[in-house]
Design a protein around this ligand. Structure first.
Ligand code: ZN
Length: 258
């Protein structure tokens, strides 16, 4: 599952949602999906002629808090002794190009650029050594957070759970080593975050194993691995881009919730 470098996209064209394999500037439809045996249908489109969607519809998004030492430091905290987990609802997911909507109730909506794991097969009580076998590949997530509500609520469901607060994409990149994925976040073209999975407090196999001992991970579930230092607020009209040379680019704009 993980030896070949492959890239799976979920996209819409001609009013139909499809799965496909990306090759260069083209995407070829596959059936039924990348989570098992699949076949190419021979239907091919230029990537710029299709609308990329969030690459998966997860049954859950398991996010990891304070998993980069430099981000812990900017909040005056030490990294936790075991992974700090929280959930984001699937209803928060949007795709590439979609609008992050700021709710009027928050006065500080922050971006958090993150590398996200896409689970490939059901995982329960998995050892760290076996973890990579359960990973389909990697995508990018913006763990959008209403920072003021995170502080006042004392727990994070509302602050991180608003509709549109989980941009995902642009696709699932497979066959890349989990230890060497780099990440930069740009707001209006200005670089705000830069790090790599080498800087994670808990690495990706450790996270998959740890979480699988808490809850069963299903194909398509997302583990968002945490954000590095440099988080900051978004304003209506901003353009936020999470970039990974190994994965691709996830671009969203910011607007006000109606
Ligand atoms: Zn986060």
């Amino acid at each position: 599952m993980k030896t070949l470098k492959k890239c799976f996209a979920r996209f819409e064209t001609e009013g139909i949602v499809r799965w496909g394999l990306v090759a260069g500037l083209l995407v070829e439809e596959i059936l039924p999906n990348p989570f098992g045996a699949y076949s190419p249908t021979g239907l091919i489109w230029p990537l710029k002629k299709v609308r990329l969607l969030a690459p998966v519809l997860p049954s859950k998004i398991v996010a990891v808090g304070v998993n980069y030492a430099d981000h812990a430091k900017e909040f005056g905290k030490a990294p936790p002794p075991i992974p700090l987990l929280f959930l984001k609802p699937p209803s928060a997911v949007i795709g590439p190009g979609d609008v992050i909507e700021k709710p009027a109730v928050s006065h500080q909506v922050d971006f958090e650029g993150e590398i996200a794991v896409v689970i490939g097969r059901r995982a329960r009580n998995i050892s760290r050594a076996a973890a990579e076998k359960y990973i389909l590949g990697y995508t990018l997530m913006n763990d959008v957070t209403a920072r003021d509500l995170q502080r006042t609520d004392g727990q994070w469901s509302r602050a991180k759970g608003f509709d549109t607060f989980a941009p995902l994409g642009p696709w699932v990149m497979c066959g890349i080593p989990s230890r060497k994925i780099t990440l930069q976040t740009y707001v209006n073209g200005r670089r705000r975050q830069s790090s790599s999975t080498q800087q994670l407090v808990f690495d990706i196999p450790t996270l998959v194993s740890h979480i699988s001992h808490v809850m069963t991970l299903e194909p398509g579930d997302i583990i968002s691995t945490g954000t590095p230092a440099g988080v900051g607020p978004l304003q209506s009209g901003d353009r936020v881009e999470i970039r990974s040379p190994e994965i691709g680019r996830l671009i969203n704009t910011v607007g006000n919730r109606k």
